[in-house]
Design a protein around this ligand. Structure first.
Ligand SMILES: Nc1ncnc2c1ncn2[C@@H]1O[C@H](COP(=O)(O)OP(=O)(O)OP(=O)(O)O)[C@@H](O)[C@H]1O
Ligand SMILES: [Mg+2]
Length: 473
């Protein structure tokens, strides 16, 4: 059986209150009661011994102890203490007012025996002579070691017991009231805790079913409120991720569809032989198919790269290398495009620039992507400046072009996957909009950061930083 949190909180509350009031309260009562009884007993014992001393000369001289008993007893009457004087045979010689009827009675042999041995005695319980709970203290009167009588004091404990039974009644009342109160408070508390939890679990279920619009409404400013806030934040993140995922899938499908449609069309034309005999036309079709296939394979490779970065399964071959080599290699690989657009490159790198630390091939990919963009988006005959310089503990590489630039609003978005400022133009140039996203991933994994500065119509400066190797290699 699953016991709900609601019941658990409620039961704990009630049990704690019940335990505290009954067990702890009961124990306290018992302790106080025992303490009072003990004090009373000790007091009675001392009194009986004092009285024995007073009675002793009377017993020796054979005088009537009545007047002494009643005068001494009078003071204690209010407290209900009764006094007896017995002779050496255990017979009651004199008893104070309320016990006068006990005169002539004989003490139990057991008690007499104890007194004869010269010992004081204390007893708690019912008396043999009257049916109520009493404390009895008996002190022997000895004349030169010889037992000549005794003084016995009785005090009823009814007063103490009555008080305690009243206190117990009060305690039971408090317990009942406490339980009722704890049930009410427990109900409120457990509802207060479980209601938001139930709401969170309901919303979580709806999220699992793909419904991201719901949010939890927890107003409290405590941990539960915090839970609600965190949960809503998580839901928002999930919603964003889900949106990103959908956009990504839509983008990928779109990017795959156009080259595939193009390939399909030209293939059909070739197979159907529409261009029979026209070798030049055939070659043109084949070259388009080849271009589109390259494009597809580039797209798939870039996507694979990105998914590996996301899954953190990319291995980086980290080493120290001079940034110049990487820049030179990237420039060389883009020579055909540079020549085609008649673009010149100027490189400004200080000779004593320290080595940077990273995966040389990956950094070459970064420089290649940035340089390719600069070439791609620059007009013919323009200049591109590649510079590197040392910042405090990193190297900053920048590639500046005199192209159309990017407007302020679009600037932050260029790092997004598939984002292209001028979609048609970029596509026409063979761009898929993944180049900068890959650059960012690689640099991020190297512990560096990417930078971009641009104004519409003012050219663009793309850059990245890399950690340096502090001890020169
Ligand atoms: N140097 C630049 N000048 C002007 N716009 C740029 C520059 N570099 C990038 N952009 C803009 O940013 C967009 C994203 O660049 P990114 O390199 O990610 O994609 P791409 O060049 O279109 O395609 P890919 O690099 O995947 O072949 C480009 O489409 C372009 O609009
Ligand atoms: Mg690019």
């Amino acid at each position: 059986m699953r016991v709900s949190l609601f019941i658990k909180i409620l039961a704990t509350y009630v049990l704690v209150v019940f335990f505290t009031i009954t067990v702890v309260g009961g124990l306290q009562l018992l302790l106080v009661q025992n303490y009072l009884m003990d004090t009373k007993e000790k007091e009675l014992l001392v009194k009986s011994q004092d009285l024995a001393d007073i009675i002793k000369p009377l017993l020796i001289s054979g005088q009537d102890p009545h007047p002494v008993i009643s005068s001494l007893n009078r003071a204690d009457r209010i407290l209900g203490t009764e006094a007896w004087v017995i002779d050496n045979s255990g017979k009651v010689l004199a008893a104070s007012a309320d016990h006068i009827h006990c005169e002539g009675n004989v003490l139990e042999p057991r008690d007499l025996q104890q007194l004869k041995s010269g010992q004081v005695s204390l007893r708690r319980g019912q008396s043999q002579f009257f049916q109520k709970a009493v404390i009895r203290a008996a002190a022997p009167v000895l004349d030169q070691g010889k037992f000549i009588g005794a003084v016995i004091l009785y005090t009823p404990v009814a007063g103490i017991n009555d008080t305690f039974s009243k206190m117990r009644e009060l305690q039971s009342g408090t317990a009942i009231l406490g339980i009722i109160l704890s049930v009410i408070l427990g109900l409120f508390l457990s509802r207060y805790i479980t209601r938001p939890l139930r709401e969170v679990s309901q919303v979580a279920r709806r999220i699992a079913e793909g419904n991201f619009e719901d949010r939890v409404r927890i107003k409290s400013r405590d941990e539960l409120g915090q839970l609600g806030e965190t949960f809503n934040y998580m839901t928002q993140q999930l919603e964003d991720y889900e949106k990103m995922r959908r956009e990504f899938v839509a983008n990928v499908s779109h990017e795959l569809r156009s080259p595939l449609t193009s390939i399909q069309g030209f293939m059909d034309a070739l197979i159907e032989g529409k261009n029979k005999g026209d070798e030049q036309e055939k070659a043109k079709y084949l070259s388009i198919i080849q271009k589109e296939t390259y494009r597809l394979s580039k797209l798939v490779n870039e996507l694979l790269d990105l998914s590996r970065f996301d899954a953190q399964v990319v291995y980086f071959d980290m080493e120290a290398f001079p940034i110049t080599t990487v820049i030179n290699r990237a420039t060389a690989s883009l020579k055909p495009q540079l020549d085609e657009k008649n673009i010149t490159i100027r490189t400004v790198i200080p000779k004593d620039l320290l080595y940077c630390f990273g995966d040389e091939d990956r950094i070459e990919q970064v420089v290649h992507n940035l340089l390719q963009n600069a070439i791609r988006y620059s007009p013919k005959g323009e200049k591109i400046l590649i510079s590197a310089r040392l910042l405090t503990d990193e190297i900053l590489v920048e590639i500046a072009d005199n192209g159309p630039g990017i407007s302020r609003e679009e600037l932050p978005r260029v790092w997004e996957r598939f984002y292209r400022v001028d979609k048609a133009r970029s596509r026409g140039m063979g761009g898929t909009g993944l180049g900068l996203a890959i650059v960012q991933e690689i640099i991020k994994k190297h512990g560096g950061r990417v930078t971009v500065e641009s104004e519409h119509g003012e050219g663009a400066v793309f850059g990245f930083t890399l950690p340096i190797v502090t001890n020169e290699v």
